[in-house]
Design a protein around this ligand. Structure first.
Ligand SMILES: [Zn+2]
Length: 275
C-alpha cells in the first residue's frame, strides 16, 4: 500500500488540476461564421474551367445488408471559395502545401466597398478606399488578413449577376464584369502595410475586365496569398475577427478549395463603414 501511495497522490493531483483552460472555455464568448460557399454543380468556375463534379460511387444497401454511401469529386483548383498560392502567377512561387499555418490564420479587417461596387460592376478597389477605412479604424495592422466586401455575395446563385455572363470559354471571359482589387492598391497593401493575405467576395482578386492580371501577379510575386469567392464578408465587423482560411493541402498545387471561418468575439460591436 505504501508503494502505491505516491501514485495515488499523483492521480489525485492530476484530477484536481482545473487551472488549464479547455478549448470550450477559450472559445466561449464569441461565435464562428462560415465564409464558404457549397461545392456543387452550380458552383461558379472561371468560364474556361470545367465545373465541379460529384458522382456516386455507391449509395444504398450493400450485399452485406447495411447502408453505405461513397462519392467521388473532381474540381479545378480555382473555382468556388478557394485559395491562391504564389505559384498561381509567380514562376517558382510556393505551392499550396508550402503555405504555413500562421499565414492562413490571424486577425482580419473588412473593408466595405459595397456602395461604389453597386454603382460600377468594374470597380477597382483603390488605396483611397483603405485610407478612408483607416480614418475610422486606425492604421491597418501589420500581418492583417484584408477582406474586401463588394456586396457581390448577394448575387451568388445567379451566375449572370455574380460574374456578368452565362457564356463559357473565351467569349465568357470577355464578358466578365465584377469588382476587384487594383494592382497599385495591392502593391501598397504589401509594401506599406505588410499584410498577410487578401480575400474578396468575387470570382477573382483582379476585376472581371482585367487583361493582364496585374493584381494576382503583384500579390504572387510578393508571396502574399489570396482568397476568392468568399461568402459574405459583410457578416463580419470591420475589425476584431480572427480568420482561419485552411486550404486543401495539394502537393504542388497553385490553389485549392478553401474552408474559411471567422471567429467573432462577443464584445466586438463595430460595424463595417459605408464609404
Ligand atoms: Zn484563384
Amino acid at each position: 500500500m505504501n508503494k502505491l501511495l505516491p501514485l495515488l497522490c499523483l492521480v489525485f493531483l492530476i484530477s484536481c488540476n482545473q487551472t488549464k483552460p479547455d478549448a470550450a472555455s477559450v472559445l466561449a464568448g464569441g461565435h464562428w461564421i462560415d465564409l464558404t460557399w457549397n461545392y456543387e454543380e452550380s458552383t461558379v468556375y472561371w468560364p474556361t474551367n470545367v465545373t465541379f463534379k460529384h458522382d456516386t460511387v455507391f449509395y444504398g444497401i450493400n450485399d452485406k445488408g447495411y447502408f453505405y454511401s461513397s462519392f467521388k469529386y473532381s474540381a479545378e483548383e480555382h473555382g468556388g471559395t478557394h485559395f491562391d498560392a504564389p505559384l498561381h502567377f509567380a514562376q517558382g512561387g510556393r505551392s499550396i502545401e508550402q503555405i504555413q499555418v500562421d499565414e492562413f490564420t490571424g486577425p482580419a479587417i473588412v473593408v466595405d466597398v459595397t456602395a461604389p461596387s453597386a454603382q460600377n460592376r468594374d470597380y477597382l478597389v483603390s488605396k483611397d478606399d483603405f485610407i478612408r477605412w483607416e480614418k475610422t479604424y486606425g492604421q491597418i495592422p501589420e500581418h492583417a488578413i484584408v477582406l474586401i466586401n463588394t456586396g457581390f455575395s448577394k448575387y451568388w446563385g445567379d451566375k449572370e449577376k455574380y460574374t456578368g455572363t452565362l457564356k463559357t470559354g473565351a467569349e465568357g471571359v470577355a464578358e466578365l464584369h465584377f469588382p476587384g482589387l487594383g494592382p497599385e492598391a495591392a502593391q501598397w497593401l504589401m509594401k506599406e502595410r505588410n499584410i498577410k493575405a487578401v480575400g474578396i467576395d468575387t470570382p477573382s482578386i483582379d476585376f472581371g475586365q482585367s487583361k493582364d492580371f496585374m493584381t494576382h501577379r503583384n500579390l504572387c510575386a510578393g508571396n502574399v496569398t489570396a482568397y476568392e469567392n468568399i461568402a459574405d464578408p459583410g457578416q463580419l465587423p470591420a475589425t476584431g475577427s480572427y480568420v482561419v482560411a485552411a486550404p486543401m493541402k495539394i502537393r504542388g498545387g497553385s490553389g485549392s478549395p478553401l474552408r474559411i471561418l471567422a471567429w467573432i468575439p462577443d464584445q466586438t460591436n463595430l460595424k463595417t463603414p459605408k464609404p
